[in-house]
Write a protein that binds this ligand. Structure first.
Ligand code: PLP
Length: 388
């Protein structure tokens, strides 16, 4: 077992045998020569069922999460869809947190709902409430995001795994925000990890992808069957770009965390900001649990402005922070959840307050980022003078 930083660079990335190329080649072929009928050289037959570049990424992803198996998909939601169809049957229920990623909620309610799958929503931070909900009616899956989006709430994965397992449920953790560099849910007791590799794993806002990671060989085989039978696989170029991004994950997450903490601390002291959400702040209600189960607090900071109008103006007034959906790239992004990422859950129990703005803090200089946020605050909240 090597350290995480070493694993991220070397797992699945052995130099190419025939040529010695240090970077394994991108295999674009859609089909493979057979030495006699059924005589496959390394098990590869056709690009949907298997591709060496995808295999390399899958080995890397499994190693990062400290798990035995990983399957790579063309998007995070395609990965979730495969996992959900592998585990759920008509009549089954899924227990979700009250700030689950909107796309996961949409997939479950609008795509799988008509096939007889139900969802229930609870506050996953309240372990008793989860136990009570599962006692009232079993759920096949308990679906966790920690830190959550965009309010950065923290869930105790080990405690929830115990409650879920006692009730016969599988615990799924969407580890997109923390990444395995900061948090390894399978070691904490989760059964499955899902990722949108589009975010920090790819890390450069240039590729869409997803993954399902597990230690359970039977579950992995079911997910693998759907990968083959449905075909939402990552293409070779996407798989390779994701692999390249992952090699710098550890250093990127360290710097994302340093920049995010500097910004969270500075904005906490700014009277123009009503509230700062960042699990690295000692004042954050999930700080202790986060410090226990994470190796850093990540690169997302959300802020609450005095009014909805101020929040909108703030989000539209940054220059370095680009106004855009998504997160996790080297460049800083600002998002107004109510009308952007979370518009589809407006008016539901999952709605995000209209006063909240989410920052994906990138790898630029913290001083430059802070200067940009301060000039945007001056535009958005002109009547409160900045504290010296
Ligand atoms: C983006 C995201 C997803 C969906 O992934 P895509 O790659 O966009 O399909 C799922 N969960 C979380 C937490 C995300 O941020």
């Amino acid at each position: 077992m090597t350290d995480f930083d070493t694993t991220a660079i070397h797992a699945g990335q052995e130099p190419d045998g025939p040529t010695g190329a240090v970077i394994p080649p991108i295999h674009v072929s859609s089909t493979y020569l057979q030495d006699g009928i059924g005589g496959l050289r390394q098990g590869y037959e056709y690009g949907r069922s298997g591709n060496p570049t995808r295999t390399a990424l899958e080995r890397q992803l499994a190693a990062l999460e400290g798990a035995a198996h990983a399957r790579s998909f063309s998007s995070g939601l395609a990965a979730e869809d495969a996992l959900l169809r592998a585990t759920l049957r008509p009549g089954d229920d899924v227990l979700l947190g009250d700030d689950v990623y909107g796309g996961t909620y949409r997939l479950l309610t609008r795509v799988l709902g008509p096939w007889g799958v139900t969802v229930r929503i609870v506050d996953l931070g309240d372990v008793e409430a989860v136990a009570a909900a599962l006692a009232e009616r079993p759920s096949k899956l308990v679906w966790v995001e920690t830190p959550s989006n965009p309010l950065l709430r923290i869930v105790d994965v080990a405690a929830l795994a115990r409650v879920a397992h006692a009730a016969g449920s599988l615990l799924v953790v969407d580890n997109t925000f923390a990444t395995p560099a900061l948090q390894q849910p399978i070691a904490l007791g989760a059964d499955v990890v899902v990722h949108s590799t589009t975010k920090y794993l790819g890390g450069h806002s240039d590729v869409v992808g997803g993954a399902v990671v597990t230690d359970d060989p039977a579950l992995d085989a079911e997910v693998g069957f759907l990968q083959y039978a449905v075909g939402a696989v990552s293409g070779p170029h996407d798989a390779w770009l994701t692999t390249r991004g992952i090699k710098t994950l550890a250093v990127r997450m360290a710097r994302h965390g340093e920049n995010a903490l500097a910004i969270a601390e500075a904005l906490s002291a700014d009277p123009r900001v009503a509230r700062v959400f960042y699990p690295g702040l000692a004042s954050h209600p999930g700080h202790e649990v986060a410090a226990r189960q994470m190796r850093g607090f990540g690169g997302i900071v959300s802020v609450e402005l005095p009014t909805a109008a101020a929040a909108r103006t703030f989000a539209e007034s940054t220059r370095l922070f680009a106004l855009a959906e998504s997160l996790g790239g080297v460049e800083s992004l600002v998002n107004y959840p109510d009308a952007m990422t979370h518009a589809s859950v407006r008016g539901t129990v999952l709605a995000v307050p209209e006063t909240v703005v989410r920052l994906s803090v990138g790898l630029e200089s913290a001083a430059d980022l802070l200067a940009d946020l301060r000039q945007a605050l001056a535009v958005a909240v002109p009547e409160v003078p900045a504290r010296a």
